[in-house]
Design a protein around this ligand. Structure first.
Ligand code: SF4
Length: 437
C-alpha cells in the first residue's frame, strides 16, 4: 500500500507523523510523495486555534479533491476533540483519537501486535513538501500535560503527562545519528515535565546528559520549555557545545494579572531572573517565545505592560497568537472577550517588535564565523546553489556556493544581513566539521 502523510500544527505533530511513516515502512508499505499516488492518506490534525481547525479541515478536503479514491485516516487534537465533525469530511474512513495514536498503524492495518518503531530504515523526509532532508529529526520524548492553562485545549486533547522510557529515546537518537542525521530535536507537549511521572523532577536534565554522553549526535536541541520547569543548575548542560544555544520559553503574556488568569505558573519577576541566568551561562543564546494577545480581560493597560516587558526581554523571535476561544477551556467562559480588531492591532504591534528585535539579534553576528547545519538548497545562484541552514542558536543563513552542502556542518563567515537571513561568504578552503564546537 502507498501511504501519504500530512500534518499541521506543532513540532510534536511533525515528529509523530514521521514516526508513523517509519512504522508504515517497517510494516512493508511505501510512502507516497503526493496524495495522487496514495491508497491511504493519514492526517495529523491540530486544534490549538480556530484557524488550526480550519487548516486541518482544508487539508482533508484538499487530499480528497486530489485523490477521491484514497481513504483518509485522521488523528491528532482536532480529530480527538471533534471526531463527529472530522468523520463527516469527504474521504474520511476512520478517526483515531490521541490516546490510540501510538497504535494507529496496527489499527489501520488490522495487525494484532505493535510495530517496532526504531529498528527500521529512517523515513525519507522529502516525502512532504517543505519537510527537511535527512538533517534534523524531531524526537518525541513525552506526551500530555498535567497543567491546566486556561486557554489551552492541547492539554485536554492530549491527556495526562507521560514520559517515554529513557533507553528508548537513547536508542532512537543513536539510531538517527548512525543513519546520518546531524541534529535531534527533543519534543513533547510539556517537554520540561519529562520524568515527573516517575518522580524525577530533574528528568529532562538527566535525559540530556545521557543523550550527550551515550550518543554521537552532532547537535541536540530542545523545543519548547515552560519557564517554571527549569531546575537550578540546568544551564550547566550547555558546557557541552553539542547542545544548541537556543531556548523557546513560552511567556504568553508579560503582565502578571493576565498570567494569573491564564493560570500560568510564572511571573514577570521569575521570568526576568530566568532569562538573565540563561544569558549569563550561555553566550550568544537565542531566546524565542510565544505571546497571546487579546486574552479575555486583557485591558489596554495590561497589554501595554505585556508589550513593555516583551520589549525589555529582547527576544530573538516572537510567535504571536490572537486569542481564540477553544471549546472546553476555562478561558472560553471568561467575561471580557476582546474584539477582533483590537486583537489584530495588538498582534501587529507585537509582530513589529519581533521583527525589530530579530534584526537586532541577527546584526550582532555580522562578521562572525559560525558553524551552520546546511539543511536544503533554497534555489539556484550565480555560483551554483543557494544553500540554506541554521546556526545552533537558530540564525537563518544562506550561502551561494558551487557545491550542495546539505547535511554538513560548515563554519562560514556571516558577511551581511539580508531579508531576515544572514548571508555567508563562500570560502573554498573552509573546513567541514562534525560538530558545532
Ligand atoms: S503547560 Fe499549559 S499551555 Fe503548555 S500544554 Fe500544558 S496546559 Fe497547555
Amino acid at each position: 500500500m502507498r501511504v501519504y502523510l500530512d500534518s499541521t500544527g506543532c513540532r510534536l505533530n511533525q515528529s509523530e507523523i514521521e514516526t508513523l511513516g517509519r512504522q508504515f515502512e517497517r510494516a512493508g508499505h511505501t510512502l507516497a510523495n503526493a496524495p495522487e499516488d496514495a491508497d491511504l492518506c493519514v492526517v495529523n490534525t491540530c486544534a490549538v486555534t480556530r484557524e488550526a481547525t480550519r487548516t486541518s479541515r482544508a487539508i482533508i478536503r484538499r487530499l480528497n479533491r486530489a485523490n477521491g479514491s484514497a481513504s483518509v485516516v485522521a488523528t491528532g487534537c482536532y480529530a480527538h476533540l471533534s471526531p463527529g465533525a472530522v468523520r463527516a469530511l469527504p474521504g474520511v474512513e476512520r478517526v483515531v483519537g490521541n490516546l490510540d495514536k501510538e497504535r494507529l498503524v496496527p489499527l489501520v492495518l488490522g495487525l494484532a501486535g505493535e510495530v517496532e518503531l526504531f529498528d527500521c530504515e529512517p523515513l525519507a523526509r522529502e516525502f512532504r513538501p517543505g519537510a527537511l532532508g535527512r538533517t534534523r529529526a524531531f524526537v518525541k520524548v513525552q506526551d500530555g500535560c498535567n497543567n491546566r492553562c486556561t486557554f489551552c485545549v492541547t492539554a485536554i486533547a492530549r491527556g495526562p503527562a507521560r514520559s517515554r522510557p529513557l533507553d528508548d529515546i537513547v536508542a532512537e537518537v543513536a539510531y538517527l545519528a548512525a543513519a546520518g542525521y546531524q541534529e535531534a530535536v527533543l519534543t513533547g507537549v510539556h517537554l520540561g515535565s519529562y520524568g515527573h511521572d516517575w518522580g524525577d523532577r530533574a528528568g529532562l536534565q538527566t535525559l540530556v546528559e545521557v543523550l550527550l554522553s551515550r550518543t554521537s549526535i552532532a547537535r541536540l536541541r530542545l523545543s519548547s520549555l515552560e519557564p517554571w520547569d527549569i531546575p537550578p543548575g540546568f544551564f550547566r548542560l550547555w558546557e557541552d557545545p553539542r547542545l544548541c544555544r537556543h531556548l523557546h520559553l513560552p511567556l504568553q503574556s508579560g503582565c502578571d494579572a493576565t498570567l494569573r488568569r491564564m493560570a500560568r505558573r510564572t511571573t514577570q519577576a521569575a521570568f526576568r531572573d530566568l532569562v538573565a541566568e540563561a544569558r549569563a551561562h550561555i553566550p550568544d543564546l537565542g531566546i524565542s517565545t510565544d505571546i497571546i494577545v487579546g486574552f479575555p480581560g486583557e485591558t489596554d493597560d495590561e497589554f501595554e505592560t505585556s508589550y513593555a516587558f516583551v520589549r525589555e526581554m529582547d527576544f530573538m523571535k516572537l510567535h504571536v497568537f490572537r486569542y481564540s476561544a477553544r471549546p472546553g477551556t476555562a478561558a472560553a467562559r471568561m467575561a471580557g472577550q476582546v474584539p477582533d480588531e483590537v486583537k489584530r492591532e495588538r498582534s501587529a504591534r507585537m509582530l513589529a517588535l519581533s521583527d525589530e528585535a530579530g534584526r537586532r539579534f541577527y546584526a550582532r553576528f555580522v562578521g562572525r564565523m559560525m558553524p551552520v547545519l546546511w539543511e536544503q538548497v533554497a534555489g539556484a545562484s550565480p555560483e551554483g546553489f543557494r544553500n540554506a541552514g541554521l546556526t545552533d542558536n537558530y540564525l537563518r543563513v544562506t550561502l551561494d556556493a558551487p557545491e550542495v552542502l546539505t547535511n554538513q556542518i560548515l563554519a562560514v563567515r556571516l558577511a551581511r544581513l539580508e531579508d531576515q537571513a544572514l548571508v555567508g561568504e563562500w570560502q573554498p578552503e573552509a573546513s567541514f566539521e562534525g560538530s558545532p564546537s
